[in-house]
Design a protein around this ligand. Sequence first.
Ligand code: G3H
Length: 251
Amino acid sequence: MRTPIIAGNWKMNKNPEETQAFLEAIKGKLPESSVVESVIAAPAIDLNALTWFSKDEPLKTAAENCYFEDEGAFTGETSPKALSEMGIDYVVIGHSERRQYFKETDEDINKKAKAIFRNNMLPIICCGETLEQREAGETNAWVAGQITNALKDLTAEQVASSVLAYEPIWAIGTGKTASSDQAQEVCHVVRETVAKLYNDEVAGKVRIQYGGSVKPANIAELMSKEDIDGGLVGGASMDPESFLQLVNFKG
Ligand SMILES: O=C[C@H](O)COP(=O)(O)O
């Protein structure tokens, strides 16, 4: 049985003061982590507030990115070692915005995944196609390729504990959600890819999120699909009431 995992991704929004106000508003209202894992991925400057909050509340914390070296002369980068030492649980890697604007490659993402495991955290690895790729019928092969490259040389145990997030680029921040059937179809391709690379047991354990205009109104329908174990939510995770509705989707 896979524990549902709903992660807010704040992207480059909220300062420490706004983060504090958000946390005050959700205090005492999150589901137990064994029922639904609630995660917030926040800018590096806000992570300290999240880790303090998570000492008393069932919130898991995530960085939105990290570098693939542990430390050194890499001005402006975030150390996975330091993230781990401050108590961060997850790191989002391979988000389409990082691939598009910061030219991150599958190889970078694979190196980051290894750095995250080396530092005892877990990756949330994103994949997803453009509208052009979808219209050309290339979605499944493209997503399978991204997943295969991201997981290169990871052990079965590491992959089983990973979170994979399918986010069609055309549905991110556009208000255009993939239908639950479209989302399920590609999440199934992601799980089959893991089964082919590893085995059915690993594929049965890995958790797969859907992301792209997820909101309180569509979360339950998406979560009812067999291969969808969670959501990676941008816009609708910014407001505390909306975030609470998402993580409490079971009612
Ligand atoms: O990581 C989150 C995704 O990019 C989805 O963003 P969105 O919910 O604003 O469409």
